[in-house]
Design a protein around this ligand. Sequence first.
Ligand code: SER
Length: 325
Amino acid sequence: MSKKTMRRLLVVGATGQIGSELTLELRKRYGGENVVAAGHRRKPSENLVSTGPFIYLDVTQKDDVEKIVEDYKIDTIYQLATVLSAVGEQNPQLSWNVNMIGLYNILEVAREHNLVRVFWPSSIAAFGPETPRINTPQDTVLIPTTMYGVTKVAGELLCNYYFLRYGLDVRCVRYPGIISSETPPGGGTTDYAVAIFYEAIRKKRYTCFVREDTVLPMMYMPDCIKGAIDIMEADPSQIKHHVGYNVAGVSFSASELAAEIKKYIPEFECEYKPDFRQKIADSWPMSLDDSVAREEWGWKPDHDLASMTKDMIEKLTKRFSESTL
Ligand code: SER
């Protein structure tokens, strides 16, 4: 097998917000049989089980990861299984186990089986209150105050270590909050930017758990998928950083998002009742400088607030009207 060619892929966390859509896109590119989907807690969608192999996997069990890699002759892994920030603050021990032991198992199996490439998403949660919040640079202070963020910084360092020590080609991006219409996120701080669409369309009201002036970096799912695929398909010589690359989509406040939605649903009302997630949001950047990713491997997002909002409303409205038929 050529050391450079990705042929048999495993997506761990394939039933999650990103995994459920990324797996389908990877199957279109590499062939359904060549992209194995592994999920744990959530039930897989019809689409996921009908377009290629699906298996249950607890990423904290290294032997189980190894068995799948051997059985399916995997050469590339997308490791997306994670406990997000808000759930992580309710259960920091679970967050550490899934996020750190899970990543460690993937990297170890990749090393032992000489895999071609690994993708692992870091996050804006890697930053903390001491990080510059506007146009956060690629190389900056990484002192997060959530367990999720701790696992992201430690994970970035671990990925970089496996590259330096073992030559394992691990590639990482620091994703902002991801907005999507297919599969809801599970317990993050940026989840309000997804839930607001569901509630605006179904109930015309939403109670937002962060203040209206809260600005966070966000990204629409098509850009998220494009980033995950582009960085993995880039020539190894282009990838000069094996910690996470900053990748920006669009930054807006909660009230700016509500106002954009109101253009389509004029009767929509949003109220703001900040809870414990406000403190997490306040510790994260408002916008990211992603010039290094743009220069090194050609990163460029396609969506802004207006195009994302339009597409989200169209997709969800169609889905909800079909499901009530
Ligand atoms: N969406 C994530 C969260 O809110 C950030 O990476 O936890």
